[in-house]
Design a protein around this ligand. Structure first.
Ligand code: SAH
Length: 356
């Protein structure tokens, strides 16, 4: 079996350098060697820990926010409950448990998970045993009906392209080969229509990122929400507009060289929320402010929820609950780095926890 490194080297040798997006796509989702295809990256023994894996409170509060939004929109009798990139299925399991008490919610929901990795689909099926689940390769096949959707750390896993400003043009950062090892290089300067608006706020040698998959995915969910009703909660790290290199490779909870041992580390990049907002607006939706995760969770009552859970705990279980609350909300931990964006039809109120 040839390694992903050997395959990439052969491809670059015969066809020339590849874009960073092509490199990331192979590293993450190559059918044989892709990071998400091969391994179980989450948790203490994996490479990174996500919010739902830190505490059940995260998925519970997301669930209550979406269920309230469903009630606010007249409790449609049939709707799609969808998650993009559900990982181990933990968030969805917590969401479903917390919404059991909402009359009619479970009877009306049709559960759809958009997941590219066969091995993670298997894990999700185990976690969500007892629920009827439909898996999809792409958001485009979700039914045309009201859509209530969550995506946590999904957009940051989509491949990005990077460009360095050169006069009024841009040089694309690509992946090539030097002395048998992968290396970064820059392509020739060329205009980039998608970066026209960035000529105003960048200077020579600035680096900006584009995530080609993010606008069509956002357009697809926003079209359903604008036309049929619903709400999306998108949680990720990033900010308004990208500036600078945010590509990051993580292995065993530590940063590593993104070009080293392709397919063995998690590769992510910050999400440019401006793009998501403008696509949502263009599709006829409203969107919330890009809200720090800590603020969102506090507004939804995470401290109250933690107190209730704490009443039943002591010793190390209590210590770890307190640590989880801090980790999810504190500005020095995930509270500020991670942002929440809500998308709804232009005519309806935002899900609880968010403001316009
Ligand atoms: N939401 C989970 C997992 C985040 S990791 C959590 O918070 O724990 C990213 C997830 O997105 C993984 O499940 C990965 O397999 C999936 N994924 C990455 N790229 C994808 C793509 N293009 N299409 C569908 N799923 C994808």
């Amino acid at each position: 079996m040839t390694s992903l490194m050997d395959q990439l080297a052969a491809r670059i040798h015969s066809d020339g350098t590849i874009s960073l997006a092509d490199y990331m796509a192979d590293c993450l989702l190559h059918p044989e060697h892709g990071y998400y295809t091969r391994q179980q990256p989450f948790g203490a023994t994996g490479d990174f820990t996500t919010a739902p894996e830190i505490s059940q409170m995260f998925g519970e509060l997301i669930g209550l926010s979406l269920a309230q939004s469903w009630l606010d929109q007249g409790a449609p009798k049939v709707f799609t409950l969808a998650e993009l990139g559900p990982g181990r299925g933990t968030l969805m399991a917590d969401l479903l448990r917390a919404t059991r008490a909402v009359p009619g919610f479970h009877a009306a929901l049709r559960l759809h998970l958009v997941e590219a990795s066969p091995s993670l689909r298997h894990t999700q099926a185990e976690t969500l045993k007892g629920y009827e689940v439909t898996w999809a390769d792409s958001i485009d096949t979700l039914p045309q009906q009201p859509l209530f959707l969550v995506a946590n750390e999904f957009f940051d896993a989509l491949p990005i392209r990077q460009f360095v400003r050169d006069g009024a043009g841009w040089r694309e950062r690509c992946v090539g080969l030097a002395e048998g090892a992968l290396c970064f290089g820059l392509g020739p300067a060329a205009p980039q229509p998608a970066l026209e608006h960035r000529l105003a706020d960048t200077k020579p040698d600035d680096l900006v990122e584009l995530c080609p998959a993010s606008p069509p995915i956002t357009a697809s969910l926003a079209q359903r929400i604008a036309q049929h009703g619903g709400a999306a909660l998108i949680i990720d790290y990033g900010d308004w507009r990208s500036l600078g290199d945010t590509l990051q490779a993580l292995k065993s909870h530590a940063p590593v060289d993104p070009l080293h041992a392709p397919g063995t580390a998690d590769l992510t990049a910050h999400v440019d929320f401006e793009v998501l907002c403008s696509v949502a607006t263009g599709a006829g939706c409203s969107h919330s402010r890009v809200t720090p995760q800590g603020v969102f969770l506090e507004r939804l009552g995470i401290t109250e929820r933690a107190r209730t859970l704490a009443n039943r705990l002591d010793g190390t279980a209590l210590d770890s609950l307190i640590a989880a609350h801090r980790r999810l909300t504190h500005p020095d931990e995930m509270g500020n780095l991670f942002k929440v964006l809500g998308i709804t039809p232009a005519t309806t109120s935002l899900p609880p926890g968010l403001t316009s």
